[in-house]
Design a binder for this molecule. Structure first.
Ligand code: FE2
Length: 342
């Protein structure tokens, strides 16, 4: 009796499946190569690509990273709802966490998961935790400007004296988080006026790297971004490579806003224990120190981790008090659209 083609195909599949099973067991993967944890990541891709292998090695868990942008991924999660393949969501800025939180899609985090993070960076409903902070700054060209020429407030950049002189990137989630802080601190009317002024006087560029390059090259006198773009550039290219310096607004100005990167666990996830293990690790001293020592130069939130002393100390930033769960992404994009910035 000859074997039917169908039977031999089945046999091949069984053989292939056992090979895959053996391989996945060896590498710590889930059965048939499915990951133990799926992370939707909107933080910088390079940082998580560096960090996740450390967690995989330590936990023996296999992690799948899917990269995207803050608002795009937050909207994707709310559309996917209960069926989302995501176990964990990581963002660059907290307004994206608030969208998912408002949709009721996060698990309330146990105290143990956030034990190392100061209360200011965990929302009251414990739907997510902060894991990194980024300071708003203004960069300025040192050939055309001195520190004394810089305004006292980020709101001043809307004034006509800045016409054609200040660069920013309105399509980025980073800039939109700054607008959400202005909205929270100054109210809708003042935010609308600020955005109209920036539209009239500012120079719109593609992203924060271009903000920095425009300042360095002298195309503009100043630019709005986060601190790490400038520090990373200096670390990579040396102190003599640029003609720019940083202006920290301090003094609780909206321009000293600290944007918090968040981490949360989806309530629909069947991997609650693994996800909790990951968040506990992410906020623990080892991972926080690994991030502090990476290329990223963002501020760790665990006080036991310390950043390169070249970066302005966290304790000297004088940020305004902003409730991390209050920042409103959708209202910001509406106001920015109205102002013609999006
Ligand atoms: Fe960024």
């Amino acid at each position: 009796m000859t074997t039917s083609p169908r039977r031999s195909a089945t046999r091949v599949n069984v053989a292939l499946a056992s090979t895959l099973l053996a391989a996945s067991t060896l590498s710590g993967c889930g059965v048939f190569g499915s990951p133990d944890l799926v992370i939707y990541n909107a933080q910088h891709e390079q940082l998580l690509d560096e960090l996740i292998p450390l967690f995989e090695e330590e936990s023996g868990l296999d992690v799948e990273l899917r990269h995207g942008k803050d608002l795009e991924m937050a909207n994707q999660i709310t559309e996917e709802g209960e069926d989302s393949p995501a176990d964990v969501f990581l963002t660059e800025n907290s307004p994206a966490m608030t969208i998912v939180d408002n949709a009721g899609l996060f698990t309330e985090l146990p105290e143990a998961v956030t034990a190392t993070i100061p209360d200011d960076y965990v929302p009251a409903d414990r739907a997510w935790t902060g894991f990194l902070a980024r300071s708003t700054v203004a960069m300025y060209n040192t050939d055309s400007m001195t520190e004394a020429d810089m305004p006292a407030s980020i709101l001043d950049f809307a004034d006509p004296e800045w016409e054609g002189r200040v660069a920013f990137s309105p399509t980025g989630a980073d800039f939109q988080a700054i607008v959400s802080a202005v909205l929270e601190l100054e109210g809708e009317e003042a935010t609308r006026a600020w955005l109209e002024g920036l539209k009239a006087n500012g120079v719109i560029v593609q992203n924060n790297l271009v903000v920095m390059q425009s300042v360095d090259s002298g195309e503009v006198d100043a630019g709005i971004a986060y601190h790490y773009y400038w520090y990373r550039d200096r670390e990579e290219n040396g102190a003599d490579s640029d003609t720019s310096a940083l202006h920290f607004f301090g003094d609780q100005d909206p321009g000293a806003f600290l944007s918090i990167s968040g981490a949360g666990i989806l309530a629909s996830s069947e991997k609650q224990a693994e996800a909790e293990e990951f968040l506990t690790w992410l906020t623990g001293t080892e991972a926080q120190q690994a991030m502090a020592e990476s290329y990223a130069l963002e501020y760790p939130l665990n006080p036991d981790a310390s950043l390169d002393p070249e970066v302005k100390p966290f304790s000297e930033l004088e940020p305004p008090q902003v409730d991390v769960s209050s920042l409103n992404g959708p209202q910001v994009t509406d106001l920015m659209t109205e102002a013609g910035l999006l």
